[in-house]
Ligand binder design. Structure first.
Ligand SMILES: Cc1cc2nc3c(=O)[nH]c(=O)nc-3n(C[C@H](O)[C@H](O)[C@H](O)COP(=O)(O)OP(=O)(O)OC[C@H]3O[C@@H](n4cnc5c(N)ncnc54)[C@H](O)[C@@H]3O)c2cc1C
Length: 409
């Protein structure tokens, strides 16, 4: 069997490696270049994502990329503590969350795919798909084509494969906070080791963490009610971003002002989106299927998008290994994944709403959050076990298709 994987981001290369392990050849087609610049953004890589990578032997090089985070603490605009809780569920294997530069994560996953003999073709933008007698044909913007037995859309939140499967598929939903941040080398912030400090500021959510190499990671979520028109954010200059952030954080306690001044130029922010319910994850013919953000993007507030994509990739490979045909494999994969990921997307949506609260909601939020954090701290992360405690044993067999699908040793 030959699989065509569209998208060489996070899910694509890992799926290709997982498929190799179950005897399916896969080629990844990525519209960007090998050296696309994804500098700036850092990513919270959660324990369940590392677990998925460990299932197929890819965890070590990714784990080496970042800094572990144990706790997360919250303060309000005045600097008053709202609570502290574990960043992740206390897993039996001790795996915690790791902060890492997004660009490094993409690079290492691409390297790992190459090391495992996966072919990745760059500069290949999928524009169309069509069924052939034996499978599916992908057409690319450069005029070339490729044919495989099936095609996987790992092409992110604005997925073209999703539209090929269902032309009526709803577009991504705008989340009314922007995202901006990065890393500042040689910059001291007053914060406990391995703790992310998050500030529900008066007008803007702001976060910082000191890194073991003497620097700091930070991000901010400036609220923006309406989706910005295309080009508005990318058209903002570094000094416009800085003065807007200063304005948003003016009068709030904490290091935000120093961080805004010290952050390396150029500052750039992104609009954020999620995908609440994608009705069709596969085409019902066993020829096309979605993984990662293409199927269920969660807002960045959940810090789970990468981990979800990796769980998808590994579980889809297991389904293809254990079920008699691709139709049953895709249906079983969906039934194993849908409920979990939709719950996570909903959680992410709620966290984003907290960050964009208006003056009245802010007062309520500041009253409620300490109680919520206290409860979370008391249970030592137990209530997050469903999320970050997720475990995949690659040798477990997928024994049943449909709604009753389950994994068993
Ligand atoms: C600002 C921001 C902050 C985030 N922070 C976090 C975080 O802290 N933790 C976390 O876990 N997640 C975070 N996420 C989410 C995370 O980045 C995504 O969930 C994850 O990248 C999804 O992986 P993917 O492989 O499905 O898609 P992507 O990583 O988006 O990869 C899709 C790939 O497909 C390629 N592509 C698209 N269309 C085509 C086409 N037509 N033909 C060929 N190739 C195509 C793209 O170039 C891209 O390389 C954040 C997202 C944003 C926007």
């Amino acid at each position: 069997m030959r699989a065509l994987i569209i998208g060489g981001g996070i899910a694509g290369p890992v799926l290709a490696v997982a498929l190799k392990k179950v005897g399916i050849d896969a080629t990844v087609f990525e519209r960007g270049t090998r050296d696309d610049d994804r500098r700036g953004a850092w990513i919270t890589f959660q324990a369940n994502g590392m677990d998925a990578l460990r299932a197929i032997g890819l965890a070590a090089p990714v784990e080496a990329l970042g800094y572990p985070v144990d706790d997360i603490s919250f303060v309000n605009g005045k600097g008053r503590p709202l609570g502290r809780m574990p960043m992740a569920a206390r897993r039996a294997d001790g795996q915690t969350s790791v902060m890492m530069p997004r660009a490094d994560l993409y690079r290492v996953l691409a390297d790992q795919a190459a090391l495992h003999g996966v072919e990745v073709e760059y500069g290949k933008e999928l524009v169309e798909t069509e069924y052939s007698a034996a499978g599916v044909v992908a057409r690319f913007a450069d005029g070339s084509t490729a044919e495989g037995d099936f095609l996987v859309g790992a092409d992110g939140i604005h997925s073209r494969v999703r539209r090929a499967i269902d032309p009526e598929a709803a577009p991504p939903r705008y989340v009314p906070v922007l995202n901006i941040g990065g890393y500042i080398p040689g910059f001291a912030v007053d914060a406990p080791e391995r703790e992310f400090v998050m500030q529900f500021g008066t007008r803007c959510f702001f976060a910082w963490m000191k890194t073991p190499d003497g620097g700091a990671v930070w991000f901010a979520n400036p609220p923006m009610k309406e989706e910005p028109a295309r080009g508005v954010l990318s058209g903002m200059s570094d000094s416009q971003w800085r003065s807007w952030l200063r304005e948003l954080m003016r009068g709030d306690a904490g290091p935000s002002e120093r961080i805004i001044d010290a952050a390396p130029a150029p500052l750039t922010g992104w609009a954020t989106y999620d995908m609440p319910v994608v009705k069709h994850w596969h085409d019902g013919k066993g020829r096309m299927v979605l993984v990662g953000d293409a199927a269920h993007a969660t807002s960045p507030a959940a810090g789970q998008g990468a981990a979800m994509s990796l769980e998808d990739a590994v579980i889809l490979a297991q389904c293809l290994r254990d079920l008699p045909d691709t139709s049953q494999a895709f249906a079983t994969y969906e039934s194993l994944r849908r409920e979990r990921v939709e719950r996570i997307v909903e959680n992410g949506r709620r966290s984003s709403a907290d960050k964009a609260a208006g003056p009245v909601a802010r007062v309520l939020r500041d009253l409620m959050l300490p109680l919520i954090f206290k409860k979370a701290a008391r249970d030592g992360g137990e209530s997050m076990m469903w999320l970050q405690g997720h475990h995949i044993d690659f040798d477990d067999r997928i024994v049943a298709a449909g709604a009753g699908a389950r994994q068993t040793a």
